[in-house]
Design a protein around this ligand. Structure first.
Ligand SMILES: *Cc1c(COP(=O)(O)O)cnc(C)c1O
Length: 390
């Protein structure tokens, strides 16, 4: 078999890296300062400005998982407190709750928006509930009016998982600024990519100051100050912290990725609209159109494959796309499909039926801003060859 006759494999979620990023990484390497330093500080300032926050309200870390973990530790909730979240999320959301010594409680999603259903959240509240952890799924904002009303009524913290939602707004307000904490991801497939990376955005600068200390061993001063040109300064360990700091090498990518966030969003929106038009006549479930008075982050284009309507099941579709050399994703098998949570909590997927069905039918099509028009045409042709009009 000759590889030259095959089209190149379309890697799902490939980042769009330009010459600016490459030059900045090189400059960072040549500067000799690879660890947490001036580029991380600049990236924090840029991110704060993008979100309309102050630099004292953000802390860069090395992943969104770290951001979620440290936020919940910094919030100082008593061990065993219950945190309500969605079953239709990446495992890191739930694992971070567990690592913070808290208890995850799942509430089902709305079948249309795929976001936490506020009524289900309210029904899941117990005397031990202390926080709600909504995920703005695929970049679509959760119903923050209703979730914040529930939080106020029951005096709950809100930690927003904004891994898909850098650009997302809800009634003119930025995702990540509703709750006590907003946690962002700069993983390779996310809308701003630093390889690995994350950001905590917080309403309360004191919470962020504590999160910053927790993210670097619990040390009272960061290494940049310690080894800078101001002379040696002793640090003090004031908490048992973690090793979650972002490197300048990562921030070098982030500075330029963030500068392009609007342009890349426009490209993904155009790809999204073309998929919508191309699939309109097919028996495929398409993502709900963005809600009025919101900005959808357009992070994932998730189609639903109902075997009865499409004549192929989801996993068969994934295999066929792979054979057509097109990478796809699944976001997500619902959390209780995984053996760890079944064994630890006795959860069964059927307890959250909407998340279960969505997780078994969903497929994410390529939506990277690096995707060219011809690449997208290949994806569309492949989908049309597999799923015939009803
Ligand atoms: C990617 C992702 C995370 C974890 O982000 P990392 O930066 O890889 O730790 C958490 N939650 C959701 C919803 C995600 O998609």
């Amino acid at each position: 078999m000759s590889a030259s006759t095959e089209p190149p494999f379309l890697v799902f979620g490939a980042p769009a890296i330009g010459e600016e990023e490459i030059a900045e990484v090189e400059a960072c390497l040549r500067s000799g300062w690879l660890g947490t330093g001036p580029r991380v500080a600049q990236f924090e300032r840029d991110f704060a400005a993008y979100k309309g926050a102050t630099p004292a309200q953000v802390a860069a870390v090395n992943s969104c998982t770290a951001a979620l973990h440290v936020s919940m530790v910094a919030a100082g909730l008593e061990p065993g407190s219950e945190v309500i979240t969605t079953p239709l999320t990446f495992c890191a959301t739930v694992n971070a709750i567990l690592h913070a010594g808290l208890t995850p409680v799942l509430a089902d999603v709305d079948p249309l928006t795929q976001n936490l259903d506020p009524a289900a959240v309210e029904a899941a509240i117990t005397p031990r509930t202390r926080a709600i952890l909504p995920v703005h799924f695929a970049g679509r904002p959760c119903d923050m009016d209703r979730l914040m009303a529930i939080a106020r009524k029951h005096d709950l913290l809100v930690i927003e998982d904004c891994a898909h939602a850098i650009e997302t707004t809800y009634r003119g307000q930025e995702a990540g600024t509703f709750g006590d904490f907003g946690c962002f991801s700069f993983y390779v497939t996310k809308n701003v990519a630093t390889g690995e990376g994350g950001m905590i955005l917080g309403r309360d600068a004191e919470h962020i100051a504590r999160a910053r200390i927790l993210a670097l061993h619990g040390m009272s001063r960061d290494a940049w100050h310690r080894f800078g040109d101001k002379g040696y300064r002793h640090y003090q360990v004031v908490e048992c912290g973690f090793k979650y700091n972002m490197m300048d090498l990562q921030a070098a990518l982030g500075l330029h990725q963030l500068a392009k966030v609007g342009r890349n969003w426009l490209r993904r929106r155009a790809l999204w609209q073309r998929y919508d038009e191309a699939f309109a006549g097919l028996p495929l479930g398409l993502p709900a159109p963005p809600e009025a008075d919101t900005r959808h982050g357009h992070h994932l284009y998730t189609a639903m494959i109902d075997e009865a309507a499409c004549g192929i099941d989801r996993d068969g579709f994934l295999d066929a796309m792979n054979a057509a050399r097109i990478g796809t994703g699944v976001h997500y098998l619902s959390i209780p499909e995984h053996p760890y949570y079944q064994q630890r909590f006795g959860w069964r997927p059927e307890q959250w039926p909407h998340a279960m069905r969505l997780g078994r039918q969903t497929v994410s099509l390529p939506l990277s801003p690096a995707l060219g028009d011809r690449d997208q045409a290949r994806v569309i042709d492949a989908v049309r060859a597999l799923i015939r009009p009803a």
